[in-house]
Design a protein around this ligand. Structure first.
Ligand code: ADP
Length: 449
């Protein structure tokens, strides 16, 4: 095992990783911007290094500063968390060139999956079912029309380099395609610096189902079932659960094996997520995320496994201790993402936390870097906490979520907590009967009084 690991991230995920390191007896180095001097991850780590001014590009995304922090402190490995540099193949290459270990997959695998067209082609070759669409990039409007006409509308134009729900535009009819194609391209160019786009059939009633996989980098891999993340706003998840309410053990075993075999075949190392749209009992691959995901705790909860410890072990060259026949699901888990945002428009709302009280009790996990008197800086993502509950079944998890939300106190800034109180009064949420478009439609008509 490593003796010292640097965590190239902030907020709840930095704490999450520090906790796993501590339990393995690994010393930790936090890095932080000048805006995060008082942040909890800095306090909890054994050492900390200031790596730059507030803006992410000058600190948490500054590769020279992070590599220097490793050299100064003698850290042997870097855990990237999610976001920031977690899916940056160039960064991984630089880390390795400096004789350090990146805790995650190889640069080649990140590159393969980061380009969505290459990812889709790879998955098709590996026998993973994909959303029907263009074979590769679509060069111009004429080609876009030919493909869309042949496939039938609606279609979605997506950025090859896309992520975070950006660079995606839907064309409901032929008349919308010119605008959708143009805006997806220009958004892709400005956000990702690459204007290549491709076209997919736009599915009308799918659920978002993603499969957690884990590989040892030597050709063995397992799956840890699925998560249903269908409740989304602007293609971003807000409420996630495992197991998926509409996935049977037979369906799980089948799609899980397909995914585990696919990542085993490419010699993938560490945690990954294969994302699908699921409609009428059919899976359609959309992308693979080559990192730990925000919603990983729901999988940990039902499998009783610490995914970050597994990442650390495999990265350190130890044997992967996960075996498919020993992995079984117990209960049902739900995560809600709590953001410092003002409803109904979800406007970011940074500021000082006057009171913070985390819920507790059986089956409740609160992953957050908040504390009384902490000031949320305005420079970063608005996610301030994840409340994860586990119950004997879905009904038990929902009851526990309601109870835990009632205990949770975050005063001083507006948060999305009222969204979850309201959702827990909705029949569709209580029965699990929704698709990826449900929340957007509900938000159009719901008023938060
Ligand atoms: P990103 O990498 O930006 O998150 P994804 O490809 O993972 O993009 O898609 C994010 C979300 O966008 C999906 O969970 C789904 O809600 C929606 N989406 C993507 N592709 C399609 C499609 N072909 N049909 C319908 N919805 C889609």
């Amino acid at each position: 095992m490593f003796s010292k690991v640097l965590i190239a991230n902030r907020g709840e995920i930095a704490l999450r990783i520090i906790r796993a390191c501590k339990e393995l007896g690994v010393a930790t180095v936090a890095v932080h911007s000048t805006a995060d001097t008082d942040a909890m991850h800095v306090r909890m780590a054994d050492e900390s290094v200031c790596i730059g001014p507030p803006a992410g590009k000058d600190s948490y995304l500054s590769v020279p500063a992070i590599i220097s922090a490793c050299e100064i402190t003698g850290a042997e490995a870097i855990h990237p968390g999610y976001g920031f540099l977690s899916e940056n193949a160039e960064f991984v290459q630089i880390v390795e060139d400096h004789g350090l270990k990146f805790i995650g997959p190889s640069a080649a695998h990140i590159r393969m999956m980061g380009d969505k067209i290459t990812a889709k082609k790879t998955m098709i070759d590996l026998g993973v079912p994909c959303v029907p669409g263009s074979k590769g990039g679509v060069a111009n409007l004429e080609e876009a029309h030919q493909i869309a006409d042949a496939m039938g509308f609606p279609v979605i134009v997506k950025a090859t380099a896309g992520g975070g729900g950006r660079g995606m535009k839907v064309a409901k009819t032929k008349a919308d395609l010119d605008v959708a194609f143009g805006t997806a391209r220009s958004e892709a160019k400005s956000v990702f610096g690459n204007d290549e786009v491709y076209i997919e059939k736009y599915l009308m009633l799918p659920r978002h189902i993603e499969v957690q996989v884990f590989g040892d980098g030597r050709g063995r891999a397992v799956h840890l079932g699925e998560r249903d993340c269908s409740l989304q706003r602007r293609h971003q998840k807000v409420f996630e659960e495992a197991p998926g309410p509409c996935i049977t053990p037979e369906i799980r075993a089948e799609i899980g094996k397909t995914c585990a075999d696919a990542v085993a075949a490419i010699g993938y190392e560490g945690a990954g997520t294969i994302e699908f749209l699921f409609e009428r009992d059919e899976f359609f691959f959309i992308e693979m995320n080559t990192r730990l995901q925000v919603e990983h705790p729901v999988t940990e909860a039902i499998f009783g496994i610490d995914l970050v410890k597994q990442q650390l072990r495999v990265a350190a060259g130890e044997e992967m201790t996960l075996h498919q026949d020993e992995l079984s699901i117990k209960g049902h888990a739900i995560e809600v993402r709590i953001c410092a945002e003002k409803l109904p428009n979800f406007t970011p709302c940074p500021g000082k936390i006057t009171t913070y009280h985390a819920p507790g009790g059986l089956g409740v996990r609160m992953d957050s870097a908040l504390y009384d008197g902490y000031t949320i800086p305005p420079y970063y993502d608005s996610l301030i906490g994840k409340l994860i509950v586990t119950g004997r079944d879905r009904e038990g998890a929902l009851a526990r979520l309601k109870r835990a939300l009632e205990e949770l106190v975050i005063d001083g800034v507006d948060t999305t907590i009222p969204l979850f109180h309201a959702l827990l009064r909705e029949e569709a949420v209580l029965t699990g009967d929704y698709d990826i478009h449900w929340l957007e439609k509900w938000l159009e008509v719901h008023t938060f009084e």
